[in-house]
Write a protein that binds this ligand. Structure first.
Ligand code: HAM
Length: 431
């Protein structure tokens, strides 16, 4: 049997699990500060949840299969469609707006590269039922709150944002059909990856003539809102939202992180307004997180129109960025205790001490295998125990117990009846 995980998947040994738990706790703390409540769905979904006409790359990366009764299923590549499905099922009972978050494992059959795996955990924060830019501002603030909580500043991270309605207005000016936005967005999102020639031929495939395709590509490359306005020929409606977002961001003190970038469109077809993605400010590496407004996803599932905004924040890229900056805390020294007995005769004392320490909420491992002292100490040391307590016959006879402090390399004989109190006191003082 192979001792490695399936290609693109990760095992989490305890030291990695420790880092992951630390990251998740930071996600959760931010979510709590912004009053988002946690939910989850199953990793397994119906494949139809991800069927999209616009040709989103994500739908070609599905881990999909038929189950034994012929149902077409897929491991979720993202959480958003599951959220929309869940909201659709309960929308008449829900008092909107709501703020929900989740940390969901997602699977995509991706080309493996730095920062991209075939499985990742994604912190999702979504605000449902709020049509105004206030929703975007809360989510962007939450992102900045998280970055600050792990020690990242605007020198480290830039959040690029744009609004798909700019492109949509330009497309209608060019006389393209309403409804072409999703497919065009998905295509122009590939500009960096595949280059203008390929993007052009893909645009032609979905019905643009050659000069329209050139114009769309030039539009995407616009430097700022002035240039966008010039190309459209009038002040685009979306610029009101963009300015409101920038003004709000100033008030919230998060504007230093934000950069309006018309080139940003995002590769998922369901976005209908604001889109954003955070990157390392150096411009290197893949997106740290991404999101946007998607006001019509529930409609495409046959439900009412319910405005939604959210982001997905993966665990892979952020951990690389944090590790590079030494911002992942080392495993905190543990104050755990190893309790053992010299022989079965002393087990009752060892057990009594272990129970009393556990009752005081101390992390205790009880070893009743009667290990040799040297073996016990070596293990205690290698496995990061702070204290080793041994119930041995000589000491017990004198009403005492042996306590080894591995951090200081010292040993003490302590009266049996005060032993656990002694340890608890020491731990409380952090000595
Ligand atoms: P996405 O941009 O496809 O958006 O993914 C969001 C984030 O998930 C990425 O920025 C990245 O951090 C992480 N990610 C995605 N794929 C991988 C991968 N193969 N390996 C490692 N990390 C990855 C969405 O999924 C949207 N559903 C987000 C959203 C929520 N929009 C609104 N609400």
């Amino acid at each position: 049997v192979q001792n490695q995980p399936v290609k693109g998947m990760r095992d989490f040994y305890p030291e990695q699990m420790n880092r992951r738990s630390w990251l998740f706790s930071k996600f959760r703390e931010t979510a709590r500060r912004f009053n988002f409540i946690e939910y989850d769905a199953c990793v397994l979904e119906s494949e139809e949840l991800y069927v999209r006409k616009a040709g989103d790359e994500i739908t070609h990366q599905l881990y999909n299969f038929e189950d034994k009764s012929g149902r077409k299923l897929a491991l979720r590549p993202e959480l958003t469609p599951s959220l929309a499905r869940m909201i659709l099922a309960r929308h008449s009972e829900i008092t909107f707006p709501i703020r929900w978050f989740s940390i969901a494992q997602c699977f995509r059959y991706e080309k493996m590269q730095k920062g991209r795996k075939r499985e990742h955990y994604q912190w999702n924060m979504d605000l449902v039922g709020e049509p105004s830019i206030a929703a975007e501002l809360e989510l962007l603030s939450a992102l900045v709150d998280f970055f600050a909580s792990v020690g990242l500043t605007e020198k480290d991270i830039t959040i690029r944002f744009s609004n798909r309605n700019l492109l949509s207005e330009y497309l209608s000016k060019l006389g393209l059909q309403e409804g072409s936005l999703p497919a065009v967005s998905v295509i122009v999102d590939k500009l960096d990856k595949v280059g203008p020639q390929t993007v052009k031929s893909m645009l032609v495939e979905v019905g643009c003539d050659s000069s329209t395709a050139d114009r769309v590509i030039a539009f995407i490359k616009a430097a700022d809102l002035d240039e966008v306005r010039e190309l459209i020929g009038y002040e685009p409606t979306a610029s009101t939202d963009i300015r409101a977002l920038l003004d709000g961001a100033k008030l919230l003190g998060i504007d230093g992180f934000l950069r309006f970038t018309p080139e940003l469109v995002r590769g998922l077809s369901y976005y209908t307004g604001t889109v954003f993605e955070a990157f390392e400010a150096s411009g290197e590496g893949r997106a740290v997180c991404g999101g946007g407004r998607y006001d019509r996803l529930i409609e495409t599932f046959g439900g009412p129109s319910i405005p939604m905004v959210g982001f997905g924040f993966g665990d892979v890229v952020i951990m690389l960025a944090l590790a590079e900056r030494n911002l992942v805390p080392a495993q905190s020294p543990q104050s755990k205790v190893l309790v053992a007995s010299y022989s079965n005769n002393e087990s009752p004392e060892a057990i009594r001490i272990a129970r009393s320490l556990r009752a005081s909420d101390i992390q205790v491992e009880l070893d009743l295998s009667c290990p040799k002292l040297r073996k016990l100490l070596t293990r205690g040391d290698r496995q990061g125990f702070r204290y080793v307590i041994l119930a041995a016959p000589d000491e017990i006879r004198q009403g005492q117990i042996l306590v080894k402090d591995l951090a200081h390399g010292s040993e003490q004989r302590i009266p049996l009846h005060t032993a656990s109190e002694h340890i608890v006191n020491k731990m409380m003082r952090g000595t």
